[in-house]
Design a protein. Structure first.
Length: 316
C-alpha cells in the first residue's frame, strides 16, 4: 500500500479522481505537480462525445474535443505519481478509518484513497428525432453560449417545449437570421407572455412531431414534420433537460443545491470532508474553460489538504 493519512493510515492512493474529462484531467495535473499519488478513473462517458469542435478555449479555438483530451492525457504522463485507468465507478463510501473505498464495475475491484475528486459531469436528454445523432455536434448543438456565434445568418430550429425555451430562442436572434421553436409534438409550456414575446420577435412555435432531419451531416437543410410540412433549417439547437451525475456524491452524503448540482465552496470542497468536486457536476456555467479552472482549484486544494510528509520523489 502507498499513501498516508492524517492518522497514519495507508491507502492505495492519496487521491482518486472520478472522471477523465477536462475537469478531472486538470485536477490530476495539479495533483501531479504537487507530487501526490493520484489515480484518475475514466469511465469514457464524455459530454462532448460526438461533438466536432469546442470553442473559446484559449490557444485552442476551435479544438476537437477528443484531441484536446488526448493532449491532456499526454501532458499528464510526465507526472510519475499520477496514473489513469479506464473504469466506471459503481459505488464509493467512507469507511471507519476515514478512507474512501471506491468500487469499480465488473472485476475492477476496490481502490482506497484519502481524498476523492468528483468530476462526473452531466447527462443530456436528447430529442427523440430520427437522424438526430447524424447531425449532433456538426450542425445541431445543445449550448448556445458555445455555438451561437456560428449561427450568424443561419435559419435555426430550437427543439424543446419548456418555458425557458422562449428566452433560449430569443437569445439566438442576436445571431440567426430566423428562429423557430419546434416542440416535437409536445405542448409549449410557456404562458401567454412567452408566446407573445416570441411572436413579437417573429419566432414561430410549431407544436408538431419531427419525423426527420433532412440533409447530410454538416449539411442540414430542413425538418420534416408529421403533418407533412417541411420547414427550412440550416442549424439546430436543443434544450430539453440535463441531469448532473450525482449518484456518487449522494452516496457520500454531499449536499446539493436546488437544481441538484453538488454544492462546493471557493476551494471546490463539498460538504463532506475530503471530497472535492469540479466541472459540470457543480453549479455555474458549463464550459470547457470553466471545467478546467474548477479542476485546477480542486486539484490544488485537494493536494494542500493532505499532509506534507512522505511525498513521492520529484519528477522532471
Amino acid at each position: 500500500m502507498s499513501g498516508w493519512g492524517d492518522d497514519g493510515t495507508s491507502a492505495d492512493h492519496d487521491v482518486i479522481v472520478v472522471g477523465g474529462g477536462p475537469a478531472g484531467l486538470s485536477a490530476a495535473i495539479w495533483l501531479g505537480r504537487y507530487r501526490r499519488n493520484a489515480l484518475v478513473l475514466d469511465g469514457g462517458r464524455y459530454r462532448n462525445r460526438g461533438v466536432e469542435q469546442v470553442h473559446g478555449v484559449l490557444a485552442n479555438d476551435p479544438a476537437q474535443p477528443q484531441e484536446l483530451l488526448q493532449r491532456g492525457r499526454e501532458e499528464l504522463a510526465r507526472y510519475a505519481s499520477v496514473s489513469v485507468r479506464s473504469g466506471q465507478v459503481s459505488a464509493v463510501r467512507k469507511d471507519e478509518q476515514d478512507l474512501f473505498r471506491v468500487e469499480l464495475d465488473g472485476t475492477g475491484g476496490v481502490v482506497l484513497a484519502h481524498r476523492v475528486v468528483l468530476a462526473t459531469g452531466v447527462r443530456d436528454v436528447f430529442p427523440q428525432v430520427e437522424g438526430f445523432f447524424e447531425h449532433y455536434g456538426a450542425d445541431v448543438f445543445r449550448c448556445p453560449t458555445c455555438d451561437e456565434f456560428d449561427a450568424r445568418g443561419e435559419c435555426v430550429a430550437v427543439f424543446g417545449w419548456a418555458q425557458h425555451v422562449a428566452g433560449f430562442a430569443m437569445e439566438l436572434l442576436d445571431w440567426a437570421a430566423e428562429v423557430r421553436v419546434i416542440t416535437n409534438g409536445e405542448r409549449f409550456e410557456g404562458g401567454d407572455e412567452q408566446r407573445a414575446a416570441l411572436a413579437g420577435r417573429g419566432v414561430e412555435i410549431i407544436e408538431d412531431r419531427v419525423v426527420e432531419l433532412v440533409g447530410p451531416r454538416g449539411g442540414l437543410s430542413g425538418v420534416r414534420l408529421a403533418s407533412g410540412r417541411q420547414t427550412e433549417c440550416t442549424m439546430g439547437f436543443f434544450s430539453i433537460a440535463h441531469e448532473p451525475e450525482t449518484s456518487l456524491a449522494r452516496q457520500l452524503g454531499c449536499a446539493t443545491d436546488d437544481e441538484g448540482y453538488v454544492s462546493v465552496d471557493e476551494h471546490q470542497q463539498t460538504s463532506v470532508a475530503g471530497v472535492f468536486a469540479a466541472g459540470d457536476v457543480t453549479p455555474g456555467m458549463q464550459l470547457v474553460n470553466v471545467a478546467v479552472g474548477e479542476g485546477t482549484v480542486a486539484g490544488v486544494s485537494c493536494a494542500l489538504s493532505l499532509p506534507v510528509a512522505n511525498k513521492p520523489a520529484a519528477v522532471t
